[in-house]
Design a protein around this ligand. Structure first.
Ligand SMILES: [Zn+2]
Length: 265
């Protein structure tokens, strides 16, 4: 396997790390919203998440509350379609879009991929059909056609146990060739998933706000704890991801400030 995995930042937000974890120093940090394009070199182009939406959000009062809590910083050039084009990739050539979960900083660019197959977990589907305020979903961000989009829904019972570098995980081998494992990383949102690319790079989504913050997750304060779908599972997931990092897997969280663009080199 020698595909390419490219990272792009599609907007960012910032907040104080001390408000998230007990004992953390006061530090206002910028958290970019990463998207990750895996090019298998054989026509498969698999995008992991889509970043923030540019332009005006038509998301009503829920959107106003969200923007007050986590103010997005988004310019037109942060649009996922622009980022891909700047990198020489036609957005229409993206064959699959894997969504880690439905939060606004991950689904803002869904509208740019009407021809792709969306890979979603059963938990994500559940959230779509019965979204509550607590689920953090802003319905206006998803295009009207998303209900009818081509989807591969990964059922809960499709995630089979497997061992990765000695660590027990549950995953779906998306193309049955080991190149792209969609991994169950429960806790942050119902059906939250990551992706292990070519066995080497784990796109960990929102398993933590940042790779270096994985150990801090165990000291999560009450408010950030309360917004997790399942806080106990979130803590267990952070531990599992830490074990994978210790075993040599390159872990990249969605909001890590990744400096290089190529992640498989
Ligand atoms: Zn999230």
């Amino acid at each position: 396997m020698n595909g390419r995995l490219r990272h792009h930042a599609c907007g960012s937000t910032s907040h104080d790390v001390a408000s998230m974890f007990h004992g953390a120093p006061r530090e206002r940090r910028r958290f970019p919203s990463g998207v990750f394009l895996y090019d298998g070199g054989d026509g498969r182009r698999v995008l992991f998440d889509t970043g923030y939406a540019t332009g005006r959000w038509r998301t009503g009062w829920r959107g106003a509350v969200y923007r007050r809590l986590l103010p997005p910083q988004v310019d037109d050039e942060d649009d996922v379609a622009s980022r891909l084009r700047q990198d020489g990739v036609d957005p229409a050539s993206v064959t699959h879009v894997v969504l880690s979960h439905l939060h606004p900083d991950h689904v803002g660019g869904v509208r740019r991929f009407p021809g792709a197959t969306f890979v979603v977990s059963e938990g994500l589907q559940r959230t779509l059909t019965a979204s509550t305020l607590r689920s953090g979903v802003l319905p206006g961000l998803l295009p009207a056609w998303f209900d009818r989009a081509t989807k591969r829904v990964l059922r809960d019972d499709e995630f089979s146990p497997r061992t990765v570098h000695g660590v027990e995980v549950a995953a779906v081998d998306l193309f049955d060739d080991g190149s792209y494992l969609v991994m169950d990383l429960p806790g942050h949102a119902d059906g939250h998933v990551g992706a292990l690319v070519e066995g080497r790079v784990l796109l960990a989504g929102d398993a933590a706000w940042g790779r270096d913050l994985l150990p801090e997750v165990q000291r999560l304060r009450a408010v950030p704890r309360a917004v997790q779908f399942d806080a106990d599972a979130y803590l267990r997931t952070a531990h599992t991801v830490s074990l994978l990092a210790d075993a040599g897997v390159r872990v990249v969280c969605s909001h890590d400030p990744v400096r290089e663009t190529d992640l498989l080199t």
